[in-house]
Ligand binder design. Structure first.
Ligand code: PLP
Length: 547
């Protein structure tokens, strides 16, 4: 549903879209013969500003497809509520510096021929209400399949990136009816095997809101003429259409996005075999130019084959620290620009930047202000935060207000700033300019997380709850630190966070500069060399696409 192609195209909400963008970029690097399909989302997701009281102000974030993509000479229609809805494809071509490229098709219903009510279907990412959401998923899944066919692509393997695209295999299934003499109603009258052979499904979250469900009344009204509801119940859930269930039943290879997440998904969906392909990030995209210049001395192959970053331990201390100071200076300039706050480059900066939603616990650091003050008095530091809340996530919006309230309360001892409108461009500055990358989700809700991997490419150690990718990456003290490694209850995480900051992390930063730089180099050599999207895409290609 979302792909973060470049900072000027705001058609993504967070990690899912940024990961899809890194997938496109790696696919081009590796010259994999893939084509990507998503919605054009002409009005973007949301542009965030913050009122003085800390409340999130939302506006649309429009962009002009004609500035970045070219309209293709083709169109297909899908039927929604009995009306034809025409879809125009735009071609966005991602080209990588080595010469590889990856085409991305952006689906657009903003056409004169369409009923005015249907023109806005592809306007806004994750539009309001179940009706619009289902319409968007019809355009994506059914329209996406038809567009590729109309454009002459011969697809051997379909990869459903999250359940939003699950109507695609349903569209394929219609081509495989069983003979008329099969027993009716009580069984599926289609042969799912040929569809399953060709479909791969990646599930991205254990969070309930991430799994779309639609009432069959709605499905009947929107697309009752597409697939008989009685038949749909066999493969998409008896009570309601569950997009995850549909994708699971029609895909022959299913995976979660980290080892821990695959285990969680396996418990959520017993009866299916869930593989694990741990996420990765696109190395040249997320490496600051100053570090990129250093990596060039480690190996000229580093961008294409980031395993070469294992050699980063041999970089000169001075050079690493100079590159870090440059990246940090750029982040602090951004803070000055956006918040008129001058942070001190000679004190450590802890960054927390992610979607603002309950399970990510942006407030964990502020659980006990007295303790936090004690830590900050002994080992001064600064906090930089960012993140958008989904327009309907009241809890997420409340978190943003609380962070602002805490920032005011702590003003005398601990500078805390919140940068509005977290997006790819700002993320690049934050992951490179931090001293410490903080991550405090409530286990097991963080399927993977990727921003800590981006930080690692810039030598920034991860201080994180053991969940998602960190559960398999953490080497205590060698590439960062774990919170909750003893398996204690989440209520203890705040206490452990303060302990670790006070006893280990901040003393190392303040009193052992050589030790800190040695750690930064290990972060690159141990984490940066492993958690990249080249490895991720090679695994998808070898294990899922060519199975
Ligand atoms: C990387 C990234 C994310 C995802 O971060 P998580 O670690 O998964 O929380 C979200 N938004 C932006 C803009 C990003 O660059």
């Amino acid at each position: 549903m979302e792909i973060a192609l470049e900072p000027g195209i705001p058609t993504y909400s967070g990690g899912l879209g940024v990961l899809a963008g890194d997938t496109v970029r790696s696919c081009a690097d590796l010259e994999l013969p893939m084509v990507f399909v998503t919605l054009v989302s002409r009005k973007g997701y949301l542009r965030q500003s913050i009122a003085p009281d800390g409340s999130q102000q939302e506006s649309i974030d429009p962009w002009n497809p004609a500035d970045h993509a070219e309209p293709l000479d083709a169109a297909v229609a899908v039927r929604i509520e009995g009306r034809p809805v025409w879809i125009l494809p735009w071609l966005y071509m991602h080209a990588c510096p080595h010469g590889g490229c990856a085409p991305v098709i952006l689906l657009d219903t903003h056409l004169e021929v369409n009923d005015p009510a249907d023109r806005g279907i592809t306007d806004r990412l994750y539009g309001e209400g179940a009706d619009l959401r289902l319409k968007q998923e019809i355009v994506l899944g059914i329209g996406g399949e038809r567009i590729l066919r109309a454009l002459g692509f011969e697809i051997t393997t379909w990869h459903l990136n999250e359940g939003h695209a699950a109507l695609l295999p349903l569209s394929l299934l219609r081509r495989h009816p069983l003979g008329k003499d099969e027993p009716a109603a009580t069984t599926l009258r289609y042969d799912a095997e040929p569809v399953r052979e060709r479909c791969v499904f990646t599930t991205h979250t254990p969070v309930e809101a991430g799994h779309d469900r639609f009432s069959y009344d709605l499905v009947q009204r929107m697309m009752g003429d597409f697939f008989e509801i009685g038949q749909l119940r066999h493969i998409a859930g008896a009570e309601e259409l569950n997009m995850t269930r549909l994708a699971l039943n029609l895909s022959g290879w299913v995976n979660g996005v980290a080892t821990r997440h695959a285990e969680t998904a396996q418990r959520m969906f017993p009866g299916y075999h869930i593989h694990a392909v741990t996420n990765g990030v696109h190395v040249p995209t997320w490496t600051h130019p100053a570090f990129a210049a250093l990596f060039q001395t480690v190996s000229p192959e580093w961008a294409h084959d980031p395993g070469a970053l294992r050699g980063a331990d041999h970089l000169a201390d001075e050079a690493v620290w100079t590159a870090h100071r440059q990246a940090k200076g750029e982040l602090l300039a951004e803070v000055q620009h956006r918040c008129s706050t001058a942070l001190d480059p000679d004190l450590p900066v802890i960054v927390f930047a992610r979607r603002m939603t309950g399970y990510k616990r942006a407030d964990l650091l502020f659980s006990d202000l007295a303790q936090l003050r004690r830590v900050a008095r002994e080992f001064p530091f600064q906090v930089v935060m960012a993140g958008k809340a989904h327009p309907r996530d009241e809890g997420g919006k409340a978190l943003i207000r609380q962070v602002h309230e805490h920032a005011r309360e702590l003003a005398d001892t601990l500078p805390v700033v919140f940068l509005p409108n977290y997006e790819m461009g700002l993320a690049k500055k934050m992951v490179a300019g931090a001293d410490i990358w903080l991550n405090t989700p409530l286990p097991p809700m963080e399927a993977s997380g990727t921003s800590g991997m981006k930080a690692a490419l810039n030598g920034v150690p991860h201080l994180s709850v053991l969940d998602g990718w960190w559960a398999e990456a953490c080497e205590e003290g060698a590439n960062g630190w774990a919170i909750g490694s003893d398996g204690g209850p989440p209520a203890q995480h705040a206490g452990e966070l303060y302990d670790k900051l006070w006893s280990t992390v901040l003393p190392l930063w303040h009193h052992d500069r050589a030790g800190w730089i040695a750690l930064m180099k290990q972060v690159i050599s141990r984490t940066g060399s492993r958690f990249h999207s080249q490895r991720m895409m090679r695994r998808y290609a070898a294990e899922a696409y060519l199975r």
